[in-house]
Design a protein around this ligand. Structure first.
Ligand SMILES: *Cc1c(COP(=O)(O)O)cnc(C)c1O
Length: 334
């Protein structure tokens, strides 16, 4: 595996910190919990999509693109990081936003990621829930091309083999940090959605024979579907890297018991995770992804699936700016 072969633009502050969470670990009374701070990638409040965009935007540049298109939910962190990356590279950005939650709150529709999309100069259009959003985006891209623009399209979440290279890079970074710190890690846990993060990590771990179990906590799809999506993307990513067969189907594990009422809709344990991380460690989680991942981590510690004597790394994938779009979910005094 030789990641340097692939074109890449530098957009992220790397390496992101790897830090212990002593107060949260003591409170839960289970394993030693560490956090990998991919919420600190630096681009427009950070998050996991920035690593993927380093490879995707390099491809866009190589193709001579003057506009990038992508799609996501209204409060999409991916759309916001894409808008920021396009601004950095002097490209235009056009975003299709899908109304997946039905929330009518003003903050949800105009604050958080949506405000930042606008500030980075992206143009936006909206779609009702349930359409094939990648197909909608390709159709809009054709209208730009008919106007003479060179449009580069990025699938939802930046999850294709090019984007997943960003998380192969994260796997390399983690293994290097574990070696430097002399840290023996028993599990890595993170939120999984469009699958690129988990596919990239598991491909990188597989290619390095890391033998560290990776658990994705689902935010949308049921377990079978999520694991199949991750595995399919991991196989393509391994092929692209020149390491076919690096990932076995059994390496891909997702737990989708913490989705709650649905994508973008926090459950009670989602909000508890936000509260716990904020009060014990001053770490801000987001209600759509990272807090569902953390809710899974917390519950699995309480159930003894992760135990005292073990060491678990929680990969924080970012998204906290979305909290300002979800103010209606929190009880605040007048
Ligand atoms: C997109 C996102 C994820 C999920 O990553 P995928 O690569 O789509 O699986 C997790 N956390 C946050 C904050 C995200 O924005």
């Amino acid at each position: 595996m030789n990641l340097a072969r692939f074109p890449r633009v530098r957009l992220a502050h790397l390496p992101t910190p790897l830090e212990p969470l002593p107060r949260l670990s003591a409170l839960l009374g289970g394993p030693e919990i560490w956090i990998k701070r991919d919420d600190c990638t630096g681009l427009s409040t950070g998050g996991n999509k920035t690593r993927k965009l380093e490879f995707l935007m390099a491809e866009a540049e190589a193709q001579g693109a003057d506009i990038v298109l992508t799609q996501g939910a209204t409060q999409s962190n991916h759309a916001r990081q894409t808008a920021a990356a396009a601004a950095r590279m002097g490209m235009d950005c056009h975003i299709l936003l899908e109304d997946r939650t039905g929330y009518e709150h003003d903050n949800y529709r105009h604050n958080g990621n949506v405000l930042l999309d606008h500030l980075h100069g992206a143009t936006m259009e909206h779609r009702d829930a349930g359409l094939d959003m990648n197909a909608e985006m390709e159709a809009v891209a054709e209208t730009f091309r008919a106007d003479g623009r060179n449009a580069y399209t990025i699938p939802g979440g930046g999850s294709n083999p090019t984007g997943a290279l960003g998380y192969v890079n994260c796997a390399l970074e983690l293994m290097s940090q574990f070696a430097t710190e002399g840290l023996v890690v028993d599990h890595v846990v993170h939120a999984t959605g469009s699958a690129g993060t988990q596919a990239g990590l598991i491909t990188g771990f597989g290619a390095m024979h890391a033998q560290i179990p990776l658990l994705g906590i689902g935010v949308r799809a049921p377990k079978d579907k999520q694991e199949a999506n991750v595995f399919a993307l991991a196989e393509k990513t391994a092929d692209k890297l020149g390491c076919p067969g690096a990932v076995a189907r059994g390496d891909v594990v997702a737990n989708c018991d913490y989705v709650g009422p649905g994508y973008g809709l926090p459950a009670e344990d989602t909000l508890e995770a936000i509260d716990l991380f904020a009060r014990t460690e001053a770490i801000l989680l987001d209600p759509v992804y990272s807090a569902k991942g953390a809710a899974g981590l917390i519950d699995l510690i309480r159930k003894g699936r992760f135990r005292a004597g073990e060491r678990v790394v929680f990969l924080h994938t970012g998204g906290a700016i979305g909290l300002t779009g979800y103010t209606h979910c929190f009880d605040m005094p007048e």
